[in-house]
Design a protein. Structure first.
Length: 432
């Protein structure tokens, strides 16, 4: 039941990444919002979420993940209700930012609670496999569920649907998660004050293409690293960052390709093949279904063989699928896309659980929140960068998207082989 509750929280966070996209035309018509405002309906959530994920994980390690996750549920539910009542675009964007704040508190906590509740490597890998499968199901359900709700009842119920789920999950969290998960550390105020704006500026630079925001992000990131090096109670222990760097690079590459490809394929299906939003949602199911089915199975395999073999296999299959896009053009039929959708879906199904396991393997419980925060931040930042780069590459054709994505995952294979080890021989595990 605890695993189900944590998965419910993660499901809502992931669902809101994609469910709003199909509602944007209706929102624009109802609120009189232009394209720029509609982009911020999506990006307001994404920027705040990515900026505060690391902070959310660190606060959970200090104050206890039970308390922080319940607070996240409360904020997410209140913001969701506010979204549904929004009477203007600025109101909706502000409420979406509130959803991002709630999501940033609860998402790292769900992963940390699962990690702490399943201390055995095999048991933990199976639990993370279920968590990853639900995550994939949420991404798949977003376009389909959103399209159905908007068609039947308008865009406001898309947000109101979250409220009863959040209430039930918050009550279950209070009952099921033990109180004794509070860490011995202190709040790193200086770290939070520099990390959150650094990550926010970085994501905004990627989304908006702002050079000034990019420069500001680099300066703030450098300041943050200096602060953490000197802090007695850093929110980001630099040894944890170093130990998990390879797994988090692969996590970022995974979402770069995965989230970016979902956008590009959806644009291709609707803009070139003239599919409706609901039809496009159905046509990308060959990507999501293998991902949601294989993730729990991969959890068992990771528990037996460690994360590295699954990571290499997943990256190789996904890279082959993406390179298939070199053969797809505006005259190709839908079947030409299937090798890409299936290759990426099967590849991510094998990869997702393995990369999360590699990121948290061997760390003591007091570091699980910050480790999951780093991993989720890497994934969110990778996804935002993938949308920007692959979305821009789509202007040159699907072949450019396939080459960029395929090459990145081939690099990720090299990183995995060089630096990621199974939990039993991982230096991270020995250090924990």
């Amino acid at each position: 039941m605890l695993l189900l509750t944590m998965c419910a929280g993660m499901f809502l966070v992931q669902l809101d990444v994609t469910v709003v996209n199909v509602a944007l035309p209706s929102i624009g018509t109802d609120l009189g919002a232009g394209l720029a405002a509609l982009q911020w309906v999506v990006d307001g959530y994404a920027v705040v979420l990515a900026a505060l994920l690391l902070t959310g994980g660190a606060l959970g390690d200090v104050f206890g993940h039970r308390r922080v996750v319940v607070t996240g549920f409360a904020l997410f539910g209140a913001a969701s209700a506010t979204c549904g009542f929004a009477g203007s675009a600025p109101w909706l964007v502000a409420a979406r930012a509130g959803q991002g704040l709630g999501a940033a508190l609860l998402l790292p906590g769900t992963l940390a609670v699962i990690t702490n509740a399943h201390p055995g490597p095999a048991e933990r890998a199976r639990a993370l496999g279920i968590w990853a499968g639900v995550s994939a199901l949420a991404l798949a359900a977003g376009p389909v569920l959103g399209g159905a709700i908007v068609a039947a009842a308008g865009w406001r119920p898309v947000f109101w649907l979250n409220v009863p789920i959040v209430l039930a999950a918050a009550v279950a969290t209070r009952r099921l998660v033990p109180r004794g998960d509070r860490g011995p550390g202190r709040v790193d105020v200086a770290g939070i004050a520099t990390a959150a704006p650094a990550l926010g500026a970085g994501v905004y630079a990627v989304i908006g293409g702002s050079v000034l925001a990019g420069v500001l992000a680099v300066v703030l990131l450098g300041t943050f690293l200096v602060v953490e090096h000197r802090s007695a109670h850093p929110m980001l222990p630099l040894d944890v960052a170093r130990r998990t760097a390879a797994a988090n690079f692969v996590a970022a590459a995974m979402n770069f390709v995965g989230i970016g490809t979902i956008l590009v394929v959806t644009l291709y299906l609707q803009g070139v093949r003239h599919a409706s939003p609901f039809e496009a949602g159905l046509e990308v199911l060959p990507l999501f279904l293998p991902l949601s089915v294989l993730a729990p199975v991969a959890g068992r395999l990771v528990g037996r063989f460690g994360p590295r073999p699954l990571m290499v296999a997943g990256l190789a299959l996904g890279a082959l699928g993406m390179l298939n896009l070199v053969l797809v053009n505006e005259n190709s039929g839908y079947p030409a896309l299937l090798p890409t959708l299936l290759g990426l879906g099967v590849g991510m199904g094998l990869l997702t659980t393995a990369v999360v396991t590699a990121a948290v393997a061997g760390l003591p419980p007091g570091r699980s929140g910050v480790a999951s925060g780093i991993n989720n931040t890497a994934r969110q930042a990778g996804g935002a960068l993938g949308v920007a780069v692959l979305g821009g590459g789509f202007a040159d054709g699907l072949h450019a998207v396939g080459l960029i994505a395929g090459a990145l995952w081939l690099v990720a294979i090299g990183v995995t082989l060089a630096w990621v080890r199974a939990p039993r021989d991982n230096p991270v595990a020995r250090a924990g």
